[in-house]
Design a protein around this ligand. Structure first.
Ligand code: ATP
Length: 557
């Protein structure tokens, strides 16, 4: 096996390897790295940038999420969780595919959206001195947020229903495996890019629904939690928060007695968020958004959402309102589960043919127009501003254009106002998973899905949790092979284990940290951003964001 001398390199498009499916270990050696990325970013979030990449050995295309360690600083726990949840999910997906493979012949195929097909899959991960790197399925640049905004709102029958059904199915899958997503929102719903490896024949050319539903992928597991015990952390995105999450607003500051009195929340928060998203798809604006966050949270607590009079009288929407009524139940214990909702007539039996509509769902009940008269501001009927992830898609462009920079920064600040700071996370014991890889390649295809899962990468083409010192480089291929070591197969613990309390506090104090012998000087980046940064708003989240902008400017230059 040839030795790769670096983990990844960034290439100009003109030298991008052709996707001819004739990759080999020699190609990998030629590029002297396991992955090559395109220069341009597909998108970016608070702590990360996502780029298209290609495995040099298999020539398969993926998304590479580069989480910058200097930006996560004391929040490494978030990335640890994301990696461990994604690793668990990917392993479960493989297991399910194998099980279904056996049962597939006897199945009666209607339009079924298999939940696990709609959850972002992790293929590989590794670490460099600067980044934690995740290799996942590649998705299109237009996400659900763009889809809604470009169209004004989505069509109830052909889009809202099938997209909701896909998401319900994904939630059923996650919740049955004790995973709470906690950040379900339009920006985190992506659409799989069709590649040679994942596409099969479309099952129904006469489909009466938007077939892109088959490509829908729930992404961004940055806030996901794998737990039975629930949580009291105040995290998420304001417009999508459930009342029980709003109740945790001051949890990080509360005394241990107050903290203990707070009811831990669970998977029901995702069902509430699904209701918000379903409403946003159908209306093009948000149900609870007001001028101020405190008013928005007040309306959420009362489940007081804006209802358009015409829509409330329209017969076509009666199942929609009834479905929302179930999602927007204030009491989390009374709220319908994803499983219950899959037998609601809004989506059943059309998208859940194995279930019967629940006769207890009251469709005759008209939604009450419940907007409180006492409110000082009206419900906002504007579409919400995009959360940080893609406001900054053109960030490096805007930084080169001084006149648009302030506008972009303001957009980002506005978004961050709506996107909660994650600083309220209380440290909880690490959730360490020792997940077995699912194993076995799956070239099985289901008549009910337009996709088969991409095959697993062969072990020789994986970084598999390696720790490599090489930062992103522009094809200089100079890194010594001695700088990387081979990771073990079940290596979530290897990565997690290197981020202990001591390393986190060392990072906080700006000390130089050794990651398995490779030193990482957190103070260097931090100081650089301090010296170049003009005064900014007092928000912690905005500061973090700004640090990122400045750092990217430095990198681009
Ligand atoms: N698999 C993918 N394929 C294509 N684009 C992607 C993929 N994953 C993420 N992106 C793009 O990158 C952006 C940021 O990704 P992601 O939301 O995972 O990052 P994040 O740092 O967790 O963001 P957040 O600000 O929500 O915390 C997304 O909004 C999307 O535009």
């Amino acid at each position: 096996m040839p030795k790769t001398t670096s983990n990844y390199s960034c290439l100009d498009d003109k030298v991008w390897p052709t996707d001819d499916r004739h990759g080999s270990e020699e190609d990998s050696a030629e590029y002297k790295c396991t992955y090559v990325t395109k220069k341009a970013a597909l998108g970016d979030g608070h702590f990360s940038v996502v780029k298209e990449c290609m495995n040099t050995m298999t020539k398969d295309r993926y998304a590479m999420k580069l989480v910058h360690k200097s930006l996560v600083m004391d929040k490494l726990q978030i990335i640890q969780r994301e990696v461990s949840v994604l690793k668990k999910v990917s392993s479960l997906i493989r297991e399910l595919e194998l099980l279904h493979q056996k049962a597939s012949e006897d199945r009666n195929h209607g339009v079924v959206f298999e939940g696990h097909h709609h959850v972002l899959q992790l293929f590989d991960f590794f670490e460099t001195s600067k980044n934690i790197v995740l290799i996942t399925q590649l998705c299109e640049s237009e996400d659900l947020y763009d889809k809604i905004l470009n169209a004004g709102h989505l069509d109830l029958e052909t889009q809202v229903k099938p997209f909701t059904a896909c998401l319900l199915s994904a939630l059923q899958f996650l919740h049955s495996n004790r995973i709470i997503h906690r950040d379900l929102k339009a920006e985190n719903v992506l659409f799989r890019l069709k590649t040679k490896t994942n596409m099969i024949e479309l099952p129904r050319d006469d489909a009466t629904y938007d077939k892109s539903a088959h490509d829908l992928i729930l992404a961004d597991f940055g806030l996901a939690l794998n737990t039975d015990a629930g949580s009291r952390e105040f995290v998420g995105t304001i417009s999508y928060l459930a009342p029980e999450l709003v109740a945790c607003k001051n949890s990080a500051k509360s005394s241990s007695i107050q903290y203990g009195r707070l009811k831990p929340y669970g998977t029901a928060v995702d069902v509430w968020a699904l209701g918000v998203l379903c409403y946003f798809m159908a209306c093009g604006y948000m149900p609870f958004d007001c001028e101020t966050d405190s008013e928005t949270m007040d309306y959420i607590t009362k489940s007081d959402y804006y209802i358009d009079e015409d829509m409330s009288n329209d017969e076509k929407f009666k199942e929609f309102w009834s479905f929302l009524d179930k999602c927007f139940e204030v009491d989390m214990e009374e709220r319908a589960t994803a499983d219950d909702l899959s037998s609601h007539s809004f989506v059943c039996p059309q998208y859940f043919p194995n279930k019967s509509p629940n006769p207890a769902d009251d469709l005759s009940k008209k939604p009450k127009l419940r907007v409180s008269k006492s409110s000082t501001s009206l419900h906002s009927l504007e579409p919400p501003s995009r959360s940080a992830s893609t406001v900054s898609l053109n960030l490096s462009e805007s930084l080169r254009l001084p006149d648009t920079r302030e506008t972009n920064l303001n957009k980002i600040r506005e978004t961050l106002r709506k996107t909660l700071s994650m600083t309220s996370i209380k440290r909880e014991p690490n959730v360490l998973l020792n997940v077995q890889n699912g194993g076995g390649s799956s070239n099985f295809s289901r008549a009910s899905s337009t996709f088969k899962l991409e095959p697993e990468l062969p072990n020789t083409a994986l970084m598999n949790g390696c720790l490599c010192a090489t930062p992103e480089s522009y094809s200089n291929f100079t890194t010594s092979p001695a700088m990387s070591r081979t990771g073990s197969k079940n290596n979530v613990q290897t990565v997690v284990g290197s981020w202990n309390e001591a390393s986190m506090s060392a990072l906080n104090s700006g000390a130089t940290l050794a990651f398995d012998g490779n030193s990482y000087d957190s103070s260097r980046l931090h100081k650089a951003s301090q010296t170049t940064s003009p005064p900014v708003s007092s928000s912690t989240a905005a500061d973090t964001r700004k640090d990122k902008i400045i750092f990217q400017l430095g990198e681009d230059e």
